[in-house]
Write a new protein. Structure first.
Length: 358
């Protein structure tokens, strides 16, 4: 994105005003950052932070941020199986938050050090996967659906069939490289609950994906949108914000949540167990939940922010965009993923291994 839209405030003015923003940031009384090195190690999804966020945070606090990227939640989880390799803040999706809590991988948050919690929409201040928000705070939320090139589609491809059970786009389909998500979306197409754990139905989803595999160009690691933009594929399964980012570059790109519904997800800010700079981590989370910092992030990455103070700074074209904030009838067709235990995880992982080997 080259033209900022944040509440009519240009990026230039935003940066010029950063001294005032930094001075006005709400830090908890008694918060001291000098006790730790001025460093923070951040593990995040690709294209999932504001253009200026990390520099602005350094201007506000003096803390240098090193950001590494992961492609999906499975990669994130695997990174921490043997212990924390040195990260302070991570961004797992809701079901993996629950899984990581169960595995003892997350530290409890000190809400007293995150006063900008008050900017969060009250509906996001509690969560079934993390009661009381003891371990996580919301970062962004949205849907998974179909991104497509309009000139190559026969109407709007509003059915999972076109990418999961058809040769219409043979060789020009990108699906996700995350086995759990793929099994879940196959369940939606087959008419089952997204979190279906029956072994027979998991095998049915496996058979569907195995049958479709010859028509799939690639199971993409968080870059299906790039393949769609470049013309390497004509249709893909992707996160809504990733497609919205390329829609700004090419008006031949569209996005739709299929009629069967999709995944309604929430990505969260968490501090992993063993974080080397937990004070800095709390400062960083608090900064992201600031109104102006949150608006700059949401404006740049085009995902739905749960930060109500940030939304007040964003324009109508953001707040009223149905691909960012789906209408109620779309939300009602979608489901939230849950962590279904180790047996389910093992069954899905084994099914995915067989699909990839087919």
């Amino acid at each position: 994105m080259t033209t900022p839209k944040t509440g009519g405030v240009s990026r230039r003015k935003f940066l010029v005003g950063m001294g005032a923003v930094a001075a006005g940031l709400k830090f908890a009384p008694g918060s001291v950052f000098a006790a730790e090195d001025k460093k923070l190690n951040f593990y995040n999804w690709d294209t999932y932070i504001g253009e200026n966020t990390l520099g602005d945070f350094k201007s506000a606090t003096g803390i240098d941020v090193t950001m590494d990227l992961f492609a999906d939640n499975d990669e994130l989880f695997a990174k921490f199986k043997g212990g924390n390799p040195g990260y302070d803040v991570i961004v797992p999706t809701n079901d993996f938050v629950e899984r990581m809590i169960t595995a003892g991988m997350l530290m409890p948050l000190d809400h007293g050090k995150i006063p900008n919690i008050e900017n969060v929409d009250p509906t996001f201040r509690d969560a079934a996967f993390d009661p009381g928000r003891k371990y996580s705070l919301p970062y962004m939320w949205g849907t998974i659906g179909i991104g497509y090139r309009k000139s190559k589609a026969d109407g709007v491809p509003d059915d999972w069939k076109w990418i999961l059970d058809s040769d219409q786009y043979a060789g020009k389909i990108a699906l996700m490289g995350d086995g759990t998500t793929m099994i879940q979306m196959a369940m939606k197409y087959l008419g089952y609950p997204l979190n279906e754990s029956d072994p027979g139905r998991i095998r049915e989803a496996e058979a569907l994906l195995t049958k479709q595999k010859p028509n799939v160009k690639v199971f993409a690691d968080d870059n299906g949108q790039d393949l769609l933009l470049s013309g390497e594929v004509d249709i893909c399964m992707e996160w809504n914000g990733d497609i919205l980012q390329i829609m700004e570059e090419d008006d031949d790109i569209g996005y739709v949540v299929p009629r069967q519904g999709g995944l309604l997800w929430q990505d969260c800010l968490c501090v992993p167990t063993g974080a080397p700079h937990p004070e800095n981590a709390h400062a960083f989370i608090n900064f992201i939940l600031d109104a102006e910092a949150g608006a700059e992030i949401a404006d740049f990455i085009q995902y739905a922010t749960p930060n109500m103070a940030a939304r007040k700074l964003l324009p109508a074209e953001y707040n009223s965009n149905p691909a960012i904030f789906p209408p109620q009838e779309v939300i009602e067709r979608c489901e939230v993923a849950t962590y279904n235990g180790t047996e389910y995880t093992r069954a899905v992982d084994e099914a995915w291994t067989r699909i990839m080997a087919a």
